[in-house]
Design a protein around this ligand. Structure first.
Ligand SMILES: [Zn+2]
Length: 87
């Protein structure tokens, strides 16, 4: 897992192992009160549904700096990650 999941406010775990959690970056500015912005896939990819795609890179970097697994040297796949925009 790419993030320290015990640092996350995990709200639910889907059948395939995907975690839905509070985004620490959104939470730091008073957003994501329901805890549904951060998606962490079983393969370690993660993203915030409010900041998907290329435009969300800095947001994911901030997530990584907040709750990333520091035992890994660098955020895996974080540059490529996209999530579906929130509907
Ligand atoms: Zn966020």
């Amino acid at each position: 897992m790419s993030l320290e999941t015990r640092k996350l406010a995990v709200v639910r775990r889907l059948d395939d192992g995907t975690l839905i959690a509070r985004c620490p970056v959104c939470a730091s500015i008073g957003k994501d009160r329901k805890g549904e912005h951060l998606v962490v896939y079983p393969d370690g990819r993660f993203g915030c549904v409010v900041f998907p795609g290329d435009a969300g890179w800095l947001h994911r970097k901030a997530i990584w700096e907040a709750v990333g697994d520091r035992k890994r040297k660098r955020p895996p796949l974080v540059l490529k990650f996209t999530v579906k925009p929130k509907e």
